[in-house]
Design a binder for this molecule. Structure first.
Ligand code: GDP
Length: 296
């Protein structure tokens, strides 16, 4: 994980390790290398610009040039600023006092929505909740069967209907009613994704938001698709007002660009990260740990 960005940053930060005093020229060269490392790691351009401004100001303020170990100081500055970029981790889910708490998952096809549905249900069971999953992804027929399998594995009820006859809004609405009937306190809606953000997809999700009124809306963001994922998160947030992001496939991400950019670009906190295909591989988002790995 993060091998690529780790090599790039380590190479860039190594330039501050000079014999004798750091010169203004060394410093500029080092900072330029840090900037290039982040851009090559697919961090959003604007985010990199803002980041570099803050790092440069801090480096000047701490008089890196006069410092005995400029490399250690710059590593600390970069470390702190990378954490700042990602914002604080917030793995808490706010539950409603009365009636089932409804959580809607949305995202592009293949981002890991259905898998994340199962992971989230498993996590909720661990918190003593009684989840019910709703198979509202009628675009991808295999998604319904996949959710039913996850439900059996986790011993969690799944509300599913025949995709040929069903309407996703109704499936969600009936799913919530079924949860009430069965005494389940948390509902997870697995909604449809498409390969690209389009009006039809957004229209359908907006309809579910309006008619079913989920209490939390999470965007499932595939880390491997980098800035495309971040741009989609922005588009979904404009249409739906997201409460959080769940970043999947971080285990296979060498660059880290999506993880470093999504909070700054959308203003929405990352709540959990997917660290593998298995159901137990959903961790709270931990910026400190991520930066630790990026800096090696
Ligand atoms: P959906 O179309 O959004 O419902 O996506 P799926 O849940 O079917 O996931 C697509 C693929 O991504 C599947 O092969 C999953 O096993 C895989 N996947 C999902 N989350 C993760 C993750 O955190 N890490 C890894 N390595 N694979 C994941």
């Amino acid at each position: 994980m993060f091998d690529d960005i780790q090599h790039r940053l380590s190479d860039a930060l190594g330039r501050f390790k000079v014999r004798g005093k750091l010169t203004e020229a060394n410093m500029q060269e080092g900072l330029r290398a840090v900037r290039t490392a982040l851009l090559e790691a697919d961090v959003n351009y604007e985010v990199v610009q803002r980041f570099m401004k803050r790092v440069t100001e801090k480096a000047a303020g701490q008089e890196l040039i006069k410092s005995v170990r400029p490399d250690q100081q710059i590593v600390k500055i970069v470390h702190d600023e990378l954490i700042e970029l990602m914002g604080e981790g917030d793995p808490h889910i706010r539950f409603e006092k009365a009636g089932p708490t409804v959580i809607m998952l949305c995202g592009l096809q293949g981002s890991g929505k259905t898998t994340t549905c199962g992971k989230l249900a498993r996590r909720l069971i661990g918190l003593g909740r009684k989840p019910l999953m709703v198979a509202a992804d009628l675009q991808r027929p295999a998604a319904i069967e996949q959710l039913l399998v996850l439900g059996r594995q986790l011993d969690v009820p799944v509300h599913a209907e025949d995709p040929a006859a069903a309407d996703p809004v109704e499936v969600c609405r009936k799913g919530v009613l079924e949860a009430e009937k069965l005494g389940r306190d948390t509902v997870i809606l697995d909604t449809a994704g498409r390969l690209h953000v389009d009006d039809e997809l957004m229209g359908q999700l907006k309809k579910i938001e309006k008619k079913v009124r989920p209490h939390q809306v999470y965007f499932v963001c595939d880390a491997l698709t980098g800035q495309d994922a971040v741009a989609s998160a922005g588009a979904f947030n404009e249409a739906l007002e997201l409460d959080g992001v769940i970043m999947t496939k971080l285990d296979g991400d060498a660059r880290g660009g999506a993880a470093l950019s999504v909070r700054q670009v959308t203003g929405v906190p990352v709540k959990f990260v997917g660290m593998g295909e298995k159901l137990e591989r959903l961790d709270p988002f931990d910026p400190e740990r991520i930066v630790g790995q990026m800096l090696g």
